[in-house]
Design a protein around this ligand. Sequence first.
Ligand code: HPA
Length: 269
Amino acid sequence: MYEQIQETAQFLKQKMTSKPETAIILGSGLGRLVDEIDVESEIPYSEIPNMPVSTVEGHSGKLLFGRLGGKEIMAMEGRFHYYEGYSMKEVTFPIRVMYELGIKNLFVSNAAGGMNPQFHVGDLLVLTDHINLFPENPLRGKNFPTGPRFPSMHQAYDPEFISIVEDAAQRLGIKIFKGVYLGTSGPTFETPAEYRMFRGMGADAVGMSTVPEVIVAVHCGIRVFGISVITDLGGFADAVKVSHEEVQEAANAAQPRMTALMKELIKKV
Ligand code: HPA
């Protein structure tokens, strides 16, 4: 694994025209942020050694290098999900590579089901914490020297980033919520009973990504900002079925607001 990370990082270093300190992972239907990036180079995952290839609809699967909000960035358009069959090591492989490339900040976005009764479809949730309900922790196995064997997960989502985004949201008149994201393996959406259980556990939203990447980023000392677009309200609207199309649609509608906040944050990091 370590050799593969090195090999991939070496490959990318040769292709990189700049040395970004911030990486962005664009979640389901949230790829339009790339329209705002002055792209200098883009590399399909299929051309990157050791990189898994994304399969899910709405994820085109490429790495971008360019500028956003006056800063150099790298962006992953499309991520690897546990439900696609990838191992936790594969899901979090790009984070390990980012660390080797010198990334210091990671912004992650995702589509999530809302369980907080205050939410509406299309709302933005800034993550303050998470609950890991994936069947496996990505740090299981031999410890990587990037961090301790038993890393703290306190303030996994950087409080300074959260407060920068809160200020920006207020200035721009963008409504945001703050709360807890619960990560599950999927690919099933939740049963009504599961939504109720997750709400009872203290989660505001539920999704099938993000938590593994955040755990590994924290272990690497990378500062994290996370944001969810609430794409459905399975949690409290009786017998409402969730579909992938609905999730995509709501994600599309929320993109300009999410993009504006990310741009404001990147200016300040
Ligand atoms: N549950 C799990 N994952 C999701 C959901 C949901 O309701 N919406 C978008 N991703």
